[in-house]
Structures are given as structure tokens and as C-alpha cells.
Design a protein around this ligand. Structure first.
Ligand code: RFL
Ligand code: PHB
Length: 392
């Protein structure tokens, strides 16, 4: 078997890259470890930057997003019960779209299924070979049989625990890692959202987030200590804790119910540099992780593959390797800005017991500065709605 680009992973990064390459007339095969249903069952991101929504439009996949997604013109930040609205549209003339990662993936999968391109789900032991030589190849096992795919390039879109980054010699990568001593406990519930916009709340008991998937389905999170177990959080305990952490007005109008999903996600910041080793490229969570506080993970996955897709298209159109040679530098420039923003939002809004009363006063000062300064609000709005893909 032979293709031009072998893509490992059918998450949003892999599927979007496959579609971008298809549009440029470049053959590609996607190899995914799990089943399609399993990929769709993972509940994750909810917020699309304006640029990411534009990419889905360009890929011809915007119809359902426009019909069912919710346009949000701002967010509320809450600190110990005090609320500050950040008006994206007034500050930077941009907005975000609330449309679940599950839905983005479903739209990408449907387009992939309708194309003539090959996608192999439930591929075991996917292994990239010879990517530092002239004949890159990927092997995998399915139903007890080993298969092999020759290709020009391999792209690792296989998430944080994938095989692509792990296959690169350790000495060739520099890893930057920051661990946060807490996680997010998330609950999905079929109830109308507590507010028209997202509420990010800091409270001395910990962070809380009120988000949504639609006008009838809400997504809520609370900060929990490392090592906590979902089994110890009954729905009642979750709602009681959430109510304590958000502003009293929102707490009073919160509509609760039986959770339809409940899980704990750890928080980390992580970057691997560079994003290329020979003919192997990394994109999305395979290359970097952001804590979810800035809503950047899915959006970064999309901007990475847009940049890589452009570089691959230029390579095949005019045999110019300049774009491929520059991919890592170009993508990392945007990645680090999103890392900074996500780290900052996380630091402002969570409780860090080890920083003590001094740390809390600094957080309060950061919030008060944001309330008083249009410049600070503009900076938040600019980053949250998404920085441009141009390298600055
Ligand atoms: P994914 O989605 O992890 O997909 C990787 C795919 O690769 C497959 N795979 C393999 N396939 C073959 N062989 C192997 N050896 C393989 N190993 C792995 C996996 O099965 C999977 O299908 O990575 P991708 O495509 O880079 O996408 C990244 C995003 O999923 C991620 O950044 C976001 O979900 C992060 N995130 C958020 N991002 C946002 O932009 N906005 C948000 O509001 C937002 N909220 C969140 C989030 C992530 C969260 N969690 C659970 C980590 C909220 C949460 C709670
Ligand atoms: C979500 O709705 O899941 C969500 C929204 C905003 C975030 C993170 C997660 O920053």
C-alpha cells in the first residue's frame, strides 16, 4: 500500500488535516487505534475561535456549526462573587462559537466517510519507520494481520499519549512540562445553561466554570485536588460545590439534574520542540498540551494542521520544501502564545495552596486590574477569540 501522507490519529487534528490535504488533491491515509464510536464518545472541548470556525467553513463543513452552534460575544469572569463581563465584540470585533468537539469530529468524520480516502479504525500497534531516511513507512496490525504503508511523510496527530512523538529519539526533542496539582471534574447535564455566556469563576474553594453545549445541555466544571476520584462525587455534592463557587445570582438560577457524563481531567502545560524529525511531523496534542482554562487545545490542533497543510500543499504544487522547513518555527510561535494565555488564565482563576495569602492577593490584584483596564480586557479578548496565524 502507498500514499503521499500517512496520518496517525483520527481526532480533530488528524481528520482536519486529512480534509485539508484532500482539498489540495493530496492522497492520505488515516490510522486510528480506537473505533469511530469511541472517538466520538470522548467529551472534550466546547469553544471554537473565530479562525477555527472559518477553517470549518473553508472545508465545506460549516453548515451544522452555523445552524446549531452558539455565537458568544463575550465571557464573564467572577472573582469571589464579583463579576466582570468581557465584551469580545466591543473590544476586538470578534466572537467565538460554542460547538462541541464531538460535533466537529462528527462533521469531519462524515466528510471523510463520503470521500474516497482510506481511514483505518481499530489499527493496533501503529508504528512509524524510517522517517529519518528516504523511505518512510507505517505498519500496524488489524485482525491479527500486519499491514505496511509506504509514504512520503508521516504526521503524528495521535494526541499526548500517541506513538509518533515517542518514536522520535529522545535527544532530538526538548520537552517543556508544567504540572498543576489539581484537575477538573466535569459534569454534563440536560438542563438549560445558567447564563447566556460562559462564567469562569475564582473562589477560595477553587475554580469553577459554567459552560454549555446547547440551550438545553450544560457543561460544568469544578477544580478538584489531584488524586480525587469521580466515585466520591455524587451529583448532589457536585451541585453544592458549584453553587458555592459561582456568583450568588448564577447560583440562585442554576438548574441541576442527573449528570449524563462525569469525569476528571488532569491539567498540564506541555510543549515538545521541534515539531519535525526528518519526514515525521507532529501536530495537535501530540506536540503540546494546554490546561483547558483558555479553551485553546482544539483550536491549536486546528491551527497547526492549517499551517502544515499549507506547507504540504506548497511542497506538492511546486516541490518547494521551504514551508515544511519553516512549519515547526511558525507553529511554535503561535503555540507558545496560547501556552502563555492558558497558563495565565489558569494561574488567575485556580487556587494554589502553596502560594499562600500573597498569591491570593496577587490574583485579586490581577482581577481588579482587569476590571479597571480596557487594555487588559482587550488583551484577554484578543487571545480568547484567537490570535492570527501570521508569525509576529
Ligand atoms: P486527540 O483528540 O487526543 O486525538 C488523537 C487521536 O489519536 C489516536 N491515537 C492513536 N491512533 C493510532 N495509534 C496510536 N498509537 C494512537 N494513540 C492515540 C487517539 O485514539 C485519538 O483519536 O488529539 P488532537 O486531534 O490533537 O485534538 C486535540 C484536542 O482533542 C484537545 O486539545 C482538546 O480537547 C482540549 N480541550 C479544549 N480545547 C479547546 O480548544 N477548547 C476547549 O474548550 C477545550 N476544553 C479540552 C477541554 C480538553 C479536555 N480534556 C478532557 C483533556 C476540556 C477538557 C475537559
Ligand atoms: C467546555 O465547554 O467544555 C469548555 C469551555 C471552555 C473551556 C474549557 C472547556 O475553557
Amino acid at each position: 500500500m502507498r500514499t503521499q501522507v500517512a496520518i496517525i490519529g483520527a481526532g480533530p487534528a488528524g481528520l482536519a488535516l486529512g480534509r485539508l490535504l484532500e482539498k489540495a488533491g493530496i492522497d492520505n491515509v488515516i490510522l486510528e487505534r480506537k473505533s469511530g464510536e469511541y472517538v466520538l464518545s470522548r467529551i472534550r472541548a466546547g469553544v471554537l475561535e473565530q479562525g477555527s470556525a472559518d477553517v470549518l467553513d473553508r472545508l465545506g463543513l460549516g453548515a451544522r456549526m452555523h445552524a446549531e452552534g452558539l455565537t458568544h460575544h463575550g465571557v464573564d469572569l467572577c472573582f469571589d462573587g464579583d463579576i466582570q463581563h468581557i465584551d469580545f465584540t466591543a473590544l476586538v470585533g470578534r466572537h467565538v462559537t460554542v460547538y462541541g468537539q464531538t460535533e466537529v469530529t462528527r462533521d469531519l468524520m462524515a466528510a471523510r466517510a463520503a470521500s474516497s480516502l482510506t481511514t483505518i479504525y481499530e489499527a493496533d500497534e501503529v508504528t512509524p519507520h524510517d522517517f529519518d531516511g528516504a523511505r518512510p513507512r507505517v505498519t500496524w496490525r488489524k485482525d491479527g494481520v500486519t499491514h505496511s504503508l509506504d509514504c512520503d511523510f508521516i504526521v503524528g496527530c495521535d494526541g499526548f499519549h500517541g506513538v509518533a512523538r515517542a518514536s522520535i529519539p529522545e535527544r532530538a526533542l526538548t520537552l517543556f512540562d508544567r504540572h498543576y496539582p489539581f484537575g477538573w471534574l466535569g459534569v454534563m447535564v440536560d438542563q438549560p445553561p445558567v447564563s447566556d455566556e460562559l462564567i469562569y469563576a475564582h473562589h477560595e474553594r477553587g475554580f469553577a466554570l459554567c459552560s454549555m453545549r446547547s440551550m438545553t445541555r450544560s457543561r460544568y466544571y469544578v477544580q478538584v485536588q489531584e488524586g480525587e476520584r469521580v466515585e466520591d462525587w455524587s451529583d448532589q455534592r457536585f451541585w453544592d460545590e458549584l453553587r458555592r463557587r459561582i456568583n450568588p445570582q448564577a447560583a440562585a438560577s442554576l438548574r441541576t439534574g442527573a449528570s449524563i457524563e462525569k469525569s476528571i481531567a488532569p491539567l498540564r502545560s506541555f510543549v515538545a520542540e521541534p515539531l519535525r524529525f526528518g519526514a515525521l511531523f507532529l501536530a495537535g496534542d501530540a506536540a503540546h498540551i494546554v490546561p483547558p482554562t483558555g479553551a485553546k487545545g482544539l483550536n491549536l490542533a486546528i491551527s497547526d494542521v492549517v499551517m502544515l497543510g499549507e506547507a504540504l500543499a506548497a511542497f506538492y504544487a511546486d516541490k518547494s520544501a521551504a514551508g515544511l522547513d519553516d512549519y515547526s518555527r511558525r507553529a511554535l510561535s503561535r503555540i507558545w502564545k496560547a501556552e502563555r494565555f492558558s497558563w495565565w488564565m489558569t494561574t488567575l482563576l485556580h487556587t494554589f495552596p502553596e502560594t499562600g495569602p500573597f498569591g491570593r492577593r496577587i490574583q485579586r490584584a490581577d482581577f481588579d486590574y482587569l476590571r479597571a483596564s480596557k487594555a487588559a480586557q482587550t488583551s484577554l479578548a484578543e487571545n480568547y477569540t484567537g490570535l492570527s496565524l501570521a508569525v509576529e
